[in-house]
Design a protein around this ligand. Structure first.
Ligand SMILES: C[S@@+](CC[C@H](N)C(=O)[O-])C[C@H]1O[C@@H](n2cnc3c(N)ncnc32)[C@H](O)[C@@H]1O
Length: 223
């Protein structure tokens, strides 16, 4: 299967599926069913990473329903910025977290963040990379965009579904094929080895962990 090129059309495909209806069932379908049975990484593992790393000065990009943020008791005065290309996702996440009045940003994460914005102590990009078109070296440009917006000692964290899901169970293989064909995922060539080599070439303080077909990552900037 060919890698999806980075075109406006393919970028749209990576976020277009997040309709109000899909977001309604997202927590159950993706975070409970798919994570447990197809991608073999229970959402509890990802939640633990959020609980460990989310600060009171946080940016979440590729927000979905905001599941991992709404599972935390974030203080009312938390500075929270929600970034997504899809207005449905932003509304869904905003509704779930409106007690802390997040700031909303419509933005394609493959583009540099050119507006002037105060830096963050933590940034999450969960289940976003596998939705983005392009080769791994092309789409991991978002690591540069986000680490540039971190304060010293800050952390960029998240997780992504690897191409090993192609060798997973019947449903994992089937879904990988359909999602990649439709451009919902573009992770057919996202191997752990390639990902690790890119991260290792750019950062010194990082942690990667593979659970099932999912790679969890944490990257820290120097204090
Ligand atoms: C699979 S969901 C992940 C939701 C959430 N982070 C989670 O882990 O449950 C991917 C999210 O990324 C957004 N997204 C996809 N492509 C994007 C892009 N190029 N720029 C910004 N957001 C994008 C989608 O709209 C969607 O909200």
């Amino acid at each position: 299967m060919k890698t999806n090129e980075i075109t406006t059309e393919n970028i749209k495909k990576g976020q277009a599926v997040y309709s109000k209806l899909l977001l309604h069932i997202y927590d159950f379908y993706v975070l409970k069913l798919s994570n447990t049975y197809f991608w073999k990484c229970r959402s509890k593992n990802i939640l633990d990473m959020f609980l460990k790393n989310t600060s009171s000065n946080h940016l979440d990009a590729g927000v979905g329903t905001g599941y991992f943020l709404k599972k935390q008791s974030l203080a009312k005065n938390t500075r929270l910025v929600l970034m997504d290309l899809n207005a449905n996702s932003l509304h869904s996440c905003n509704n779930a977290l409106k007690n802390i009045s997040p700031q909303l940003m419509v933005h394609n994460v493959l583009d540099p963040i050119s507006i002037s914005i105060d830096k963050f102590d933590s940034i999450s990009i969960n289940y976003l990379l596998h939705c983005l078109p392009g080769t791994l070296p092309q789409k991991t440009i978002l690591f540069k965009h986000f680490t540039e917006k971190l304060n010293p000692g800050g952390v960029l964290f998240g997780s992504t579904i690897l191409n090993t899901a192609n060798q997973g169970n019947y449903f994992a293989k089937k879904l990988m094929k359909i999602y990649n064909r439709k451009g919902i995922f573009s992770n057919h060539h996202d191997s752990y080895e390639a990902f690790e080599s890119i991260i290792a070439s750019k950062y010194t303080d990082y942690k990667l962990e593979v659970i099932g077909h999912v790679c969890l990552f944490e990257i820290r900037t120097n204090s």
